[in-house]
Write a protein that binds this ligand. Structure first.
Ligand code: TXA
Ligand code: MG
Length: 321
């Protein structure tokens, strides 16, 4: 594995590597992605291997322009143009009917494909130079914390990754919001870096996916995910009991309003700014995971705007324990 600064020269080398069927971790505005040529099924299969990702969980194809988008999916919905012109490039993934050119391994056999145009100069340049859509999940081991820096990627993934392009830390810090675009309905599959309120301002009401016994493993809806290697609980009424006798690392929003002794404390945003909080979420969790503590105690965040994505990630981390 080579860890390289994202210079023009190194981005070109990384594109060559992807064209040759290799794996390149690269920065986006949300989190780092682990990329392969999205039209090369053998290259894509390496992503699943390196991440230990179950094959039923489909991948996002990243595009740099509308021609690439049109080559992989059908754009039939009238609200689609609005979403694309308003929010791309940006932290919004759209699930659309796929064209035959997209390999089954990318979509896990579904007849839809997830697509996104990332708002990051390194990602866009890498995709353009590769001249193919790049399939990329977050560059972490399956179920673990997402990476928002090149060092986070290097900590979890090593063997099997050819190049990590270092482009600094990700400014959004949580994964993209995912919408499935149906003929008469837009469904939220994952809250993320683009607040749902912003989307509804442009296209009107978005439906929420309800998880039923019929679709417990519906893509993007795994009940636990994004988890640090030590347990995470919320600071609520019965937290006292669960924390007794343990070394506790607290993840707080802007100040410590608890009458408790913590062994270490991280603040998501001392200014109380939700964007800063989202950008700091995974880096704080990575730091707490590496601290000398037994358990993480997180303050519940108000589920408004980006707070919805932050709480989704924390809930999924807490569900593992
Ligand atoms: O911000 C992001 O979205 C990052 C960066 C790298 O772009 N990528 C990312 O990928 O978070 P990943 O693989 O960690 O999450 C993609 C989610 C998965 O939960 C997957 O189940 C869902 O997208 N997904 C992919 N294709 C889908 C499809 N055809 N239908 C429904 N969900 C899909
Ligand atoms: Mg992921």
């Amino acid at each position: 594995m080579k860890l390289l600064d994202a210079t023009t020269r190194n981005i070109s080398d990384a594109a060559e590597m992807i064209i040759a069927g290799g794996l390149v971790a690269f920065p986006t505005e949300t989190v780092y992605g682990l990329g392969a040529d999205g039209l090369n099924p053998i290259a894509v299969s390496k992503i699943f291997e390196v991440k230990n990702r179950p094959a039923f969980n489909p991948l996002i194809l990243h595009v740099a322009n509308i021609n690439q988008l049109e080559s992989i999916c059908y754009l039939r919905n009238t609200k689609l143009e609005l979403l694309i012109s308003e929010f791309w490039p940006g932290p919004l993934t759209l699930v659309l009917p796929k064209k035959d050119i997209v390999p089954d391994i990318v979509t896990a056999g579904h007849n839809t494909v997830a697509v996104r145009m990332p708002d990051h100069p390194v990602a866009l340049s890498l995709i353009s130079k590769t001249a193919a859509p790049i399939a990329a999940p977050s560059a972490n081991k399956f179920g673990e914390l997402s990476p928002t820096s090149a060092a986070h990627v290097a900590k979890q993934l090593n063997a099997g990754v050819d190049i990590i392009l270092d482009g600094g830390s990700c400014k959004v810090g949580v994964e993209s919001t995912i919408l499935e675009i149906k003929e008469n309905e837009i469904i939220l599959l994952r809250p993320g870096g683009l607040p749902i309120e912003d989307i509804e301002d442009v296209v009107g009401k978005v439906s929420l996916l309800t998880i039923t016994n019929k679709n417990p493993n519906s893509p993007g809806q795994l009940l636990f995910h994004y988890a640090p290697k030590i347990p995470l609980i919320f600071l609520n009424d019965d937290a006292d009991n669960k924390l007794k006798g343990k070394r506790v690392g607290a993840l707080l929003f802007k100040e410590n309003k608890y009458q408790m002794e913590f062994d270490t404390v991280r603040f998501l945003s001392e200014k109380g700014d939700m964007r800063e909080a989202a950008a700091n979420l995974f880096s704080n969790l990575h730091e707490l995971e590496n601290s000398n503590i037994d358990i993480i105690a997180a303050e519940p965040i108000e589920e408004k705007g980006l707070g919805k994505a932050i709480m989704d990630r924390l809930l999924k981390a807490s569900n593992k324990y």
